[in-house]
Design a protein around this ligand. Structure first.
Ligand SMILES: Cc1cc2nc3c(=O)[nH]c(=O)nc-3n(C[C@H](O)[C@H](O)[C@H](O)COP(=O)(O)OP(=O)(O)OC[C@H]3O[C@@H](n4cnc5c(N)ncnc54)[C@H](O)[C@@H]3O)c2cc1C
Length: 412
């Protein structure tokens, strides 16, 4: 395809981290044709991480978290169709159909549809006061119900649940987190890290209950009032936030006959099995040569880096996407930065002491003596070196990782 041809059209479905980056990268790579982002949300692309952090805590407003200013899209001639949901793709005709029946044609199509929240399927979820936390509309609804101190009940002790707990506790609400597993962050961190965060929340006055599953919500006048757990325990609640994970928005691709399996199946160039359709972000299942596996990630760095690869594919300049996964979480004054994936670890060693009151340590994850990942708590320097050690697959001994006097810089 001649990318200088102004008659070409690239349609991007989904206007968030991946969609916005893809559009901008297309222009940077010389795409001269039309670019249109179709987004079901009512706003220009905004950063999602602050939703559970600064936005929920009332420290920032939507206008502070736009990914790029409106003027940039205007300057780059990037069009938007907001509040518009794509309902169907017709690959033969190279068109998409919106929910209102509008047909829009494309030469290249990018699916940046991200993920949606996993819903709790129990009795009482239709009561008012029960919320999820995925987009700005969710945060607005939650904040609209927080005019006075409330009893807030959070289902799920993962990152979203704990970040929401921290933000709401700082606003002086009474916060309880219930986690079905034996410890918070069980799916993603080692016990040492879980215990650290549990203790931190406890210190701040958040009540965390583990090994407990929610069975139903009860209410009066259609508003939630009580949370009943499977063991019969009852909690009072004015407002509930459910944070139990997400599912990839892959149905549009699947209905169009594209391969999906825990995400839209793409190659290392973000290309689907249709040469005119790419996909990027939370919705993709992609190979990563660095990790030697296929995976689906839910993180901003992944959405942005994969979107760049997708733009390169559209422009006929394929560039492999094989970045090291990384992620972060902010809770109170703690910045957790995670480098790599700890899947299958058989050893955890610590640099620093989680219990010394300094809120500063690193949990290193190893498998068969090889470094897999690092959870860096208020340790930006170690995070930087961890990323390099992992990306370059540099051998490092556990005793070097744990020794505060050993300069990791020597190894990279
Ligand atoms: C509260 C919260 C906190 C987070 N914190 C962090 C963090 O600290 N660090 C981090 O790295 N990541 C964090 N994440 C994850 C991160 O936000 C996601 O990984 C990132 O947003 C993925 O971007 P995306 O563009 O792939 O998809 P999404 O952000 O999910 O965007 C997809 C967009 O497509 C739209 N869409 C879907 N289907 C259609 C359709 N058919 N038609 C039109 N539009 C459609 C959706 O409405 C949405 O606007 C957080 C997420 C949440 C919800």
């Amino acid at each position: 395809m001649d990318i200088s041809d102004k008659e070409n059209s690239c349609l991007i479905v989904g206007g968030s981290h991946a969609g916005a980056q893809l559009a901008i990268s297309l222009r940077q790579m010389g795409w001269q044709g039309r670019i249109k982002i179709i987004s079901e949300e009512a706003y220009l692309p905004y950063q999602r991480p602050p939703l559970s952090k600064a936005l929920l805590a009332g420290k920032q407003e939507l206008e502070n978290v736009y990914i790029r200013p409106e003027t940039l899209y205007e300057k780059q001639n990037i069009e938007f169709a907001l509040k518009t949901r794509v309902a169907k793709i017709n690959r033969k005709a190279k068109t998409v159909e919106t929910q209102t029946g509008e047909i829009i044609s494309y030469d290249k199509l990018a699916l940046c549809t991200g993920a949606r929240v996993r819903k709790l399927e129990i009795c009482g979820t239709d009561l008012a006061g029960i919320h999820y936390l995925r987009n700005f509309a969710d945060v607005s609804r939650i904040k609209g119900e927080l005019d006075s101190p409330k009893k807030i009940f959070i289902v799920g002790g993962g990152y979203i649940g704990l970040e929401a707990a921290a933000s709401l506790k700082q606003l002086n609400h009474e916060v309880t987190v219930v986690e079905a597993a034996g410890r918070v962050l069980q799916r993603v961190t080692a016990p040492q890290v879980s215990n650290f965060f549990h203790a931190k929340h406890h210190q701040q006055g958040v009540s965390i209950v583990t090994n407990k599953q929610v069975a139903e919500f009860l209410g009066n006048n259609k508003v939630v009032e009580k949370v009943v757990c499977t063991d019969g325990t009852v909690f009072e609640a004015d407002l509930v936030i459910v944070g139990i994970g997400v599912r990839p928005n892959e149905e549009l691709a699947a209905q169009a006959g594209l391969k999906t399996n825990n995400g839209i199946w793409v190659d290392e160039f973000a290309q689907t099995d249709d040469p005119d359709i790419v996909a990027a972000g939370d919705n993709t299942n992609h190979p990563n040569k660095l990790l030697d596996t296929r995976l689906r990630l839910e993180s901003v760095p992944n959405a942005m880096e994969q979107a760049k690869a997708a733009a390169a594919s559209i422009c006929g300049k394929p560039t492999e996407y094989a970045s090291l996964p990384w992620f972060w979480s902010d809770q109170y004054t703690i910045k957790l930065q995670i480098a790599g994936l700890n899947t299958g670890y058989d050893q955890v060693v610590l640099r620093g002491d989680p219990a010394d009151g300094n809120d500063s340590f690193v949990a290193w994850y190893l498998k068969g003596g090889k470094l897999l990942a690092a959870d860096c708590i208020n340790r930006p320097k170690e995070f930087m070196f961890a990323k390099q050690l992992l990306a370059k697959k540099i051998d490092v001994k556990p005793e070097q990782l744990t020794n505060e006097n050993f300069e990791l810089k020597q190894l990279v």
